[in-house]
Design a binder for this molecule. Structure first.
Ligand code: ZN
Length: 462
């Protein structure tokens, strides 16, 4: 197998910052060698600035990228997540296989240019607008896989099980028809997609949408079916995003959603609890103890007015976490970290809340933890610059005005907290293949054009 290598004067390894690091990987893109205090062998490419691990994006609804910016106006006396959702459903009704592929291709390119090297796609629009399955039932899933392949981003595809409109098996609404599947139909889809994902080096899991959308029997059967297919496959669920959802769950079962889930499902390291925003201190302790990852989407949670996740409490219990761009109001790995830390600062009136004793630079501590959690939630070996992990790497631009002349250990902090919505990312590699050079993806212009056309068409179809 061909080996490739890269030298970086400063690199963020799982143990922290190291100097003069040589990274080598094999033809499959797996890291075979990482050594600090090395000399660069003649002819070895040199990173243009600090080398950091690529960030896994653990929560994405790709089609919503084309919807960003369209709901930032007041439509009723008090707008909420639920009024936003009505508008989003109207938009979802107009997505076609072609438009989804164009939107997702551009989105994944944006992700790469913004420091994400892989994505967990929580995919719930399955059928044609009236709810009839496409001739090939996997049409929209395959459109997403093609988009990921074209962009060159790693992907964990999570087809979504959606069956009811509310707790107590409330029948679905007409505008949810595109999402609805029986458990058997979901398991057939997963079988169909197992080969396609494997061929691409992608991973396949399952996303029971939420407790309001999946009745208990279906949840049990779907998780069992998935486990029979692959005992390691990841499982993601939206869990306690809205206080209304918590109240409805209590009215239905006498329990809060996280409490109910932990009592009724085999939650463990395979699980990612997305938007576990509204938990009691006991739920924080119990959920962290399962080893599940908390999927936090700071900019979307801010955009939708969800609430603030209690990071210090989660970390106190050893909780694992990662970040997602979810609705794509923002697609920028650094900005998710910034928003997460700022939410904690605002609510606690403290600074550097997420720094640790081992990593006092808050951006360093957050990056290492979010990469670990994101890797676990993706079910892929993308956990950082270490032997055996995939060579998913980002080189910052040491000449960018936000970074130039700073001490190396402050450059990541400047990238996260001081780059003022510009990007200090120079290069990015996925499985050792360079996808971004001088800040741009090779398909940037053509994919942007196709995205704008697809978005205009989707808006005009309304
Ligand atoms: Zn979501």
């Amino acid at each position: 197998m061909t080996t490739k290598q890269l030298f970086a004067a400063n690199a963020l390894l799982p143990t922290g910052w190291a100097r003069d690091v040589l990274v080598a990987w094999d033809g499959a893109g797996r890291i075979t060698h990482v050594a600090a205090d090395s000399a660069a062998p003649a002819g070895t490419p040199v990173a243009p600035g600090p080398l950091i691990p690529g960030m896994p994006n653990l929560h994405s609804h790709a089609f919503q990228r084309a919807f960003a910016g369209l709901t930032e106006y007041r439509a009723q006396s008090q707008d909420s997540f639920w009024s936003w959702r009505n508008l989003m459903y109207r938009f979802a009704a107009r997505i076609t296989p072609e438009s989804l592929e164009s939107i997702a291709t551009w989105l994944y390119i944006e992700m790469l240019e913004a420091g994400y090297t892989s994505v967990c796609e929580f995919h719930y629009v399955h059928h044609s607008p009236d709810g009839t399955p496409y001739a090939d039932d996997a049409t929209l899933s395959l459109a997403l896989l093609r988009a990921a392949q074209r962009a060159g981003i790693g992907i964990t595809l999570l087809p979504v099980l959606y069956q009811t409109s509310g707790f107590g098996a409330k029948p679905p609404r007409a505008d949810q028809a595109r999402f609805i599947r029986s458990t058997d139909s979901m398991l057939s889809l997963l079988e169909r997609l197992a080969t396609a994902t494997q061929a691409l080096g992608a991973n396949l899991g399952l996303a029971p949408h939420s407790l309001r959308a999946v009745p208990p029997d279906s949840l049990t059967a779907a998780v069992q079916g998935l486990t029979a297919l692959n005992p390691q496959a990841p499982i993601h669920i939206h869990i306690a995003e809205q206080t209304q959802e918590v109240e409805d769950c209590i009215a239905w079962s006498g329990q809060r959603p996280v409490q109910w889930l932990l009592d009724h499902a085999p939650v463990d390291k395979r699980w990612c609890l997305v938007h576990a925003t509204h938990m009691t201190p006991q739920e924080y302790a119990d959920a962290a103890a399962t080893g599940a990852v908390a999927g936090i989407c700071p900019t979307t949670e801010a955009n939708l007015g969800d609430g603030i996740f209690d990071m210090p409490l989660w970390l106190q219990h050893g909780g694992r976490w990662g970040v997602g761009s979810d609705s794509h109001a923002c697609v920028n790995a650094a900005e998710e970290l910034l928003m997460l830390e700022y939410g904690q600062r605002l609510s606690l009136r403290q600074r550097n809340v997420l720094a640790t004793a081992a990593q006092p630079e808050v951006a360093t501590a957050m990056t290492l933890q979010a990469v670990q959690g994101g890797s676990q939630a993706s079910g892929r070996a993308i956990g950082g610059l270490a032997v055996g992990q995939q060579a998913d790497m980002v080189a910052l631009d040491a000449q960018h005005v936000a970074l130039a002349g700073l001490p190396a250990h402050s450059m990541l902090s400047a990238h996260v907290f001081g780059s003022h919505r510009t990007s200090a990312i120079a290069s990015l590699w996925v499985a050792g293949a360079q996808r971004v050079a001088q800040g741009r993806h090779v398909l940037h212009d053509s994919a942007a054009q196709a995205f704008v056309a697809a978005r205009s068409m989707t808006i005009a179809a309304g």
